[in-house]
Write a new protein. Sequence first.
Length: 168
Amino acid sequence: MVPAVGAILGIGVAAVIGALIFKWGVRLNLRKFFMVMGALLLLIVAGLVVTALGHFDTALNTLAQLDRKSQSICFFYERFAKPQDRDCILGPLLWNTSQVLPDDRFPGMILSALFGYTQRLYLVQAIAYGVFLITVGGIYFQSLSGRVIFPFLRQSKDRPKPRASATK
């Protein structure tokens, strides 16, 4: 019953948003809209990177526990981690906000679903998040300003056309 109510509410909210966009869409600055949506998408994908690293760590940890030959995969766990930190390749724990903002309750659940928030963040996850935002975000924002990001990939109209050789 509850999933059906949620689905009906979701369809209703989508219909209201669609009607508002249709009514005021003419006044909407599409350039700014897509700039904001692009920045939001960058945060969402960066959260997916963090979540994927967490799942990859869980898989490697499970593999290391199943097979003795695979125990050397978990190099951070063997050398640096404390016994309560069951990470395999993610390095030391940077923060644990499970008491303040758990990711299985309301605000944390929304942040987790949208931006990949996790209540336990490890060093490798934080580095991957930052590197992703700096590199891909830098490329995105440079493209918004109209700069050439990769000058060696210029379009063919910028290149001189080869001359036709006369063969007789």
